[in-house]
Design a protein around this ligand. Structure first.
Ligand code: S3P
Length: 430
């Protein structure tokens, strides 16, 4: 994809459904009794991988545009797949489905693409094993492909070393199949869609925050059944983030981004934009299906650098590539720290972000847990090596809009993972 600098992005965009919520609707609908009807489902490759896995596990899932109907078979209604489950590029599919599979009375294997099979799975293998699961890394390298054999689970209390919604959700889902109570404490609260949605499906789940610290705990007890729901998926703030950034840094722009989820465990980017001096207004705020939603109005702003660290990191972890692009456009220095999780995303995003920013002429220094960006210098067009990471492709497509000369985004088709219509939405603003 070749892109060049522009001015005046104006108009209204509607962002496709939230990736995290779309995955969960399919998974919870599959193990619930009755029909789950999902509107505004994200038809990205990751969520389609989840659908395919549950079809292989015997669930009838009908797709009609962005409306999905899941004919759930109940908590104990999955059947053994006759082949390896293909999880594609999706860490969420892998880690969450493993929690469900650990509690099934059959054996199965799952595997993904090169990137997925390099990502750490020990973080779920350890707690699941502690619960009595028979789960192993087939190549004994702590990564997928995974083999999950039938096992009898018992509840545990797990202190997660990382604030990871995928780890938390994996353990809570296994807890549906365990004897007794299962609980997970994380150092600071990661996205809580699993907790919110499992409760809607009828799970026996509660959450608690420690008053004098940022630690958060979720507790689950097994229940008889979950029950199918009707769900409208809010727009994905992680996808909206590219248009928020574009609206702020492209001269003479004003963009209204409709129906975006602003769950506080996901909305750290809004706070960062505010801290950087961004002109952002939330309109029409409301709550639907337990999730907070708003329309977001952004206007071109003169941004300045900031420091991003600590508990806010899990609430914006997927937005760091685009935040780094905003930081490159902002006057002064931006420091991002406490974000070593970036190294185990679809690519090592400390490396992919800083290498590509440097290629565009930005003064940037990678650190062991983040990066330091000296912004405000003009960017030049460059060849962007996405390494097939969807968020790198989209973040640097926005950087291209303020760079002098042409930018070539290699393998830009990887946006299909989370936002197949990204470039089409973009054209609506020209
Ligand atoms: C996700 C959780 C996050 C995020 C990922 C989606 C989820 O990962 O990076 O894109 O849907 O639970 P971690 O929970 O591992 O930080």
């Amino acid at each position: 994809m070749e892109l060049t600098n522009i001015t005046g992005l104006r108009g209204e965009v509607t962002i496709p459904g939230d990736k995290s919520i779309s995955h969960r609707c399919i998974m919870f609908g599959s193990i619930a009794k009755g029909i789950t009807e999902i509107h505004n489902f994200l038809e990205g490759a990751d969520c389609l991988a989840t659908i395919n896995c549950f079809r292989r596990l015997g669930i009838d899932i009908q797709q009609n545009g962005d409306v999905i109907t899941v004919h759930g078979n109940g908590l104990h209604g999955l059947r053994a797949p006759n082949d390896i489950l293909d999880v594609g590029n999706s860490g969420t599919t892998t880690r969450l489905i493993s929690g469900i599979l650990a509690g099934q009375p059959f054996d199965c294997k799952l595997s993904g693409d090169h990137s997925l099979n390099s990502r750490p799975m020990k973080r779920i293998i350890d707690p699941l094993t502690e619960m009595g699961a028979n789960i192993s890394s087939i190549l004994r390298n702590g990564c997928a492909p995974l083999y999950i054999a039938k096992g009898k689970l018992h509840g545990i209390h797990y202190e997660s070393p990382v604030a990871s919604a995928q780890v938390k959700s994996c353990i809570l889902l296994a807890g549906l199949y365990a004897d007794g109570e299962t609980s997970v404490t994380e150092p600071s609260l990661s996205r809580n869609h699993t907790e919110l949605m499992l409760k809607e499906f009828g799970a026996d789940l509660r959450t608690a925050h420690e008053l004098d610290s940022t630690r958060a705990t979720a507790y689950i007890r097994p229940c008889e059944e979950l029950y199918g729901q009707k769900i409208t998926v809010p727009g994905d703030i992680s996808s909206a983030a590219y248009f928020i950034a574009a609206g702020l840094i492209v001269p003479d722009s004003e963009i209204l981004i409709k129906n975006t989820g602003i769950n506080p465990t996901r909305a750290g980017i809004l706070k960062v934009c505010e801290d950087m001096g961004g002109d952002i207004t939330l309109l029409n705020e409301r709550i639907e299906g337990g999730e907070r939603i708003a329309d977001i109005l952004v206007r071109t702003s003169k941004l300045h650098g900031t420091t991003i660290e600590g508990d806010i990191i899990p609430t914006l972890i997927d937005e760091i590539p685009i935040i780094a692009v905003m930081a490159a456009a902002a006057e002064g220095t931006t420091v991002i720290r406490d974000a070593s999780e970036l190294k185990v995303k679809e690519t090592d995003r400390i490396e992919t972000v800083t290498d590509n920013l440097a290629a565009m002429g930005c003064r940037v220094t990678p650190t062991f847990d983040g990066m330091i960006i000296d912004g405000g210098r003009p960017l030049n067009g460059a060849t962007i090596h996405t390494l097939l990471d969807h968020r790198i492709a989209m973040a640097f497509s926005i950087a291209a809009l303020i760079a002098e000369g042409n930018t070539n985004i290699l393998d830009s088709h990887c946006v299909n993972v989370s936002y197949p219509a990204f470039y089409d939405t973009f054209e609506q603003l020209l």
